[in-house]
Design a protein around this ligand. Structure first.
Ligand SMILES: Nc1ncnc2c1ncn2[C@@H]1O[C@H](COP(=O)(O)OP(=O)(O)O)[C@@H](O)[C@H]1O
Ligand SMILES: [Mg+2]
Length: 357
């Protein structure tokens, strides 16, 4: 089957997933086989980088603290380092903050801009310090939902149809009305409106009408110059964690809210996480295979998480990649790892290990 045929023939479904030539090899993901653990001496002194000044600073401080405590329980010589990307006289530049401390390996627990988008990865590369997780280019791509979608759709992987709206369109009334008219024609309603570079559902809204779309665009533009308006997928939501180029158990997310928003992610008690996810084992393996392929297509490595949804016909649609997902003991990657027999402290140790193996 040619790439062209694949692109034209619609989304990968549970039924036809295994027959597509572009799907990950192996076509059906294998059960997780843990890599051997390296000795803690190989890490030397470890800095757990956390905080930052993105919208996700508070979550990052929690992830970083949880990771730090886990590493210390494993007797790794680790300390926490709260970084500030915005240069101030007090904090100094990001390079000055890194150089003020002496360490051999970095554990990146920074979420969002600065920490998850290739910036800190580039700084560490330049200093010759090994770091956990993805490299510069894949971090930058994964942080950018638009470029991630372009890569996926360009290689035949399914991601919801969308329109790009630029800040300049939103700020000029005539251009905005034209854009809304165009979206109404191409995507219809409902749609999901999201800033292209944000995380934690920040600045995102569902729109059911042209008025709501206009309002959602005005909100999103406060966070980004590029806004994605995506076709709304009705169906189940899953997330697939990846560690060492292997897919972990899938998690199905159930929320009573319209979607998995900030409230559902961090504040509400009534979000339900199903792990095991309840899918038939073969189908779960096929979706895991898609998760791995989506991860590899952006050049990601080490560890991370791929969010996807399945529509009412069972077609999977890739939503986004997180290259530094949450790491508190309530977070999703630790939940999947636990289901695969990897306890939190060991998971954190394995993530650190991705810096040097
Ligand atoms: N196209 C879509 N259709 C329906 N729901 C969506 C769609 N895109 C995102 N969502 C919902 O919004 C949530 C957050 O979207 P996502 O793109 O993963 O951004 P974030 O980086 O903030 O997690 C998802 O977990 C899902 O619940
Ligand atoms: Mg997400």
């Amino acid at each position: 089957m040619s790439q062209n045929e694949i692109r034209q023939s619609g989304p990968l479904t549970g039924k036809n997933l295994a027959t597509r030539s572009l799907v990950a090899k192996p076509l059906v993901s294998k059960p997780l086989v843990a890599k051997p653990l390296v000795s803690k001496e190989r890490f030397g002194k470890v800095a757990v980088l956390m905080g930052g000044d993105s919208e996700e600073r508070d979550i990052s401080l929690k992830s970083g603290q949880a990771a730090l405590e886990a590493l210390q329980r494993k007797d790794v010589d680790a300390f926490g380092l709260d970084l500030r990307f915005k240069h101030t006289d007090q904090a100094g530049s990001i390079c000055q903050q890194i150089n003020a401390e002496k360490f051999d390996t970095a554990f990146i627990a920074l979420h969002g801009r600065g920490g998850e988008d290739g910036v800190i990865q580039g700084v560490l590369e330049a200093q010759g310090i090994p770091y956990s997780g993805c490299g510069v280019a894949s971090s930058a791509i994964a942080m950018d939902k638009l470029r991630t979608k372009l890569l996926w759709s360009g290689s035949g992987l399914p991601t919801p149809p969308y329109e790009l709206v630029k800040a300049t369109d939103v700020l000029a009334e005539k251009a905005l009305l034209e854009k809304i008219e165009q979206i109404t024609q191409t995507l219809g309603f409902p749609v999901m409106v999201k800033p292209a570079h944000e995380g934690s559902s920040i600045g995102m809204n569902k729109a059911d009408t042209t008025d709501e779309l206009q309002q959602a665009l005005v909100t999103a533009v406060r966070y980004d110059n590029e806004i994605l308006v995506e076709k709304w997928i009705v169906g189940e939501e899953y997330t697939g964690a990846v560690l060492d180029d292997q897919a972990m158990s899938l998690i199905r997310l159930e929320t009573s809210r319209d979607f998995y928003d900030y409230q559902a992610k961090y504040l509400s008690d009534d979000t339900i996480y199903h792990c095991p996810c309840g899918l038939d084992k073969d189908l779960e393996r096929q979706y895991q295979s898609l998760v791995l392929e989506a991860f590899r297509r952006v050049g990601a490595k080490g560890w991370g998480r791929v969010d996807f949804m399945c529509d009412e016909q069972g077609n999977p649609w890739l939503i986004e990649i997180n290259t530094v997902p949450g790491l508190t003991d309530h977070s999703l990657v630790p939940m999947a790892a636990k289901n695969d027999g990897i306890e939190f402290d060991e998971l954190i140790y394995r993530i650190l290990q991705t810096a040097i193996t």
